[in-house]
Design a protein around this ligand. Structure first.
Ligand SMILES: CC(=O)CC(=O)SCCNC(=O)CCNC(=O)[C@H](O)C(C)(C)COP(=O)(O)OP(=O)(O)OC[C@H]1O[C@@H](n2cnc3c(N)ncnc32)[C@H](O)[C@@H]1OP(=O)(O)O
Ligand SMILES: NC(=O)C1=CN([C@@H]2O[C@H](COP(=O)(O)OP(=O)(O)OC[C@H]3O[C@@H](n4cnc5c(N)ncnc54)[C@H](OP(=O)(O)O)[C@@H]3O)[C@@H](O)[C@H]2O)C=CC1
Length: 293
C-alpha cells in the first residue's frame, strides 16, 4: 500500500511552484508554499487566485472549488513551515548549488518519514538525492508548464529511490489528474532531452540569420503545428532555465551537439530571461509582444 500524501510543501513560488501549489490544492491536498521572501509569496498567491478565477470563468472549476483550493494553501518564508509535510517538492531556480543548499536546510527540519522531490528540468536526481539525509525517499516529480493545463508529469527514480517512494509519488500525481511518463535518470530526462535541443537549434537558426524571430516561430507553428513557436516557448519557459538545461545536457553527455547557442548565453547575460523579465526573444512591455531581432 502506497503511503497517502495529505500535506504537500512546495519550495519556490515562481511559475512552476505556484502551478504545483494550484493543482495540489485543487486535488484536495493541504499545501504550504515556501519562498525566500514574503513579497514573492504574496505575488504567487495573487497569481494562483488569478489562474483559479480564470478556470472558474471558463467553467473548468466551480467558485466553491476555487475558494476551497485557496483556503488549503498557506505560505511560509521559513523552512520550519514545511516540517510536518508528507511530501516536499523543490521548485526553485535550476541551479544545482541552490537546490543542494535548500535540501540541506530542509532536511534539518523535515520529519524523517517525509518524501523529498525535485521538479528539476534536467539535473541528476541521484546526485541531488545524495545531498540529502534520505536518498531512498528522494524522487524527481517533473511537472510541465503551464502546470494547470499540461497533462504530463515525468517520474524519475534516483539510483536509491525505494518502491514505497515511487508508489506514493505515482499515487499523488494520479490524484492530481495527470498522466505519468517514467524516465530513467539521465540528463534532462525525456521531454527536455528532445525539446531543448530543438529550441537551442531554433536559436542557432536565428543566430546564423537563417530567419528572424517572427519567421522561425511562424514556420514551426504553421509548418509543424506546434502550439507555440520555439522562441516564444523559450521565452515562456525562461531563457535562464533553457540555458541551464542545455548546460546540463552538454556537460552530462559530453557531446558538442548540445552546445548552448552563444546568442542564448548573451540574452541570459543581459538579464533578458523571457516573459518573467518582460524581455527575451520578444519584448512584452507594450500592448503586444514585439520581436527583439
Ligand atoms: C522546461 C521543462 O522542464 C518542461 C516544460 O514544461 S517544457 C514546456 C511544455 N509546454 C509547452 O510546450 C506549452 C506549449 N503551448 C501550449 O500548449 C499552449 O500554447 C498553451 C496550452 C500554453 C496555451 O494555449 P493557448 O490556446 O495558446 O492560450 P490561451 O488561449 O491563452 O489559453 C488556453 C487555455 O488555457 C487557460 N490557461 C492558460 N494559462 C493558464 C494557467 N496558468 N492556469 C490555468 N489556465 C490557464 C486559458 O484560460 C485558456 O482556457 P480555454 O482553452 O478554456 O479558453
Ligand atoms: N519554466 C519551466 O517551463 C519549467 C521549469 N521547471 C523547473 O522548475 C524549477 C523552477 O522553475 P520556474 O518556476 O520556471 O522558475 P522561476 O524563476 O519562475 O521561479 C523560481 C523561484 O524560486 C525562488 N527561489 C530562488 N532561490 C530560492 C530558495 N533558496 N528558496 C526558495 N525559493 C527560491 C525564486 O525567487 P527569486 O526570484 O526571488 O530568486 C523564484 O520565486 C526549476 O528547477 C526549473 O528547471 C520544470 C518544468 C518546467
Amino acid at each position: 500500500m502506497a503511503v497517502m500524501i495529505k500535506k504537500v510543501g512546495v519550495i519556490g513560488s515562481g511559475q512552476m511552484g505556484n502551478g504545483i501549489a494550484h493543482v495540489a490544492a485543487l486535488g484536495g491536498l493541504d499545501v504550504v508554499l515556501n519562498d525566500v521572501s514574503a513579497d514573492r509569496l504574496k505575488s504567487a498567491m495573487a497569481t494562483i487566485n488569478g489562474n483559479l478565477s480564470r478556470q472558474v470563468s471558463k467553467k473548468v472549476i466551480t467558485e466553491d472549488a476555487r475558494k476551497a483550493a485557496l483556503d488549503r494553501i498557506t505560505s511560509s518564508d521559513t523552512m520550519d513551515g514545511l516540517a510536518d509535510c508528507d511530501l516536499v517538492i523543490e521548485s526553485a531556480v535550476e541551479k544545482e548549488e541552490i537546490k543542494r543548499k535548500i535540501f540541506h536546510d530542509l532536511c534539518a527540519v523535515l520529519k524523517p518519514e517525509a518524501i523529498i522531490a525535485s521538479n528539476t528540468s534536467s539535473i541528476s536526481i541521484t546526485r541531488l538525492a545524495a545531498s540529502t539525509d534520505r536518498p531512498e525517499k528522494f524522487i524527481g516529480i517533473h511537472f510541465m508548464n503551464p502546470v494547470p493545463l499540461m497533462e504530463l508529469v515525468e517520474l524519475i527514480r534516483g539510483i536509491a529511490t525505494d518502491d514505497a517512494t515511487f508508489d506514493a509519488s505515482k499515487d499523488f500525481v494520479t490524484r492530481l489528474g495527470k498522466q505519468i511518463a517514467v524516465s530513467e535518470d539521465f540528463p534532462a530526462f525525456i521531454v527536455n532531452r528532445i525539446l531543448l535541443p530543438m529550441i537551442n537549434e531554433a536559436i542557432y537558426t536565428l543566430y546564423e540569420g537563417v530567419g528572424n524571430v517572427e519567421a522561425i516561430d511562424a514556420a514551426m507553428k504553421l509548418g509543424a503545428h506546434h502550439p507555440m513557436g520555439p522562441l516564444e516557448l523559450a521565452d515562456f519557459i525562461g531563457l535562464d532555465t533553457c540555458l541551464s538545461i542545455m548546460q546540463v545536457l552538454h556537460e552530462g553527455l559530453a557531446d558538442s551537439k548540445y552546445r548552448p547557442c552563444p546568442l542564448l548565453v548573451k540574452y541570459v547575460e543581459a538579464g533578458w530571461l523571457g516573459r518573467k523579465t518582460q524581455r527575451g526573444f520578444y519584448d512584452y512591455r507594450g500592448e503586444k509582444p514585439i520581436p527583439t531581432r
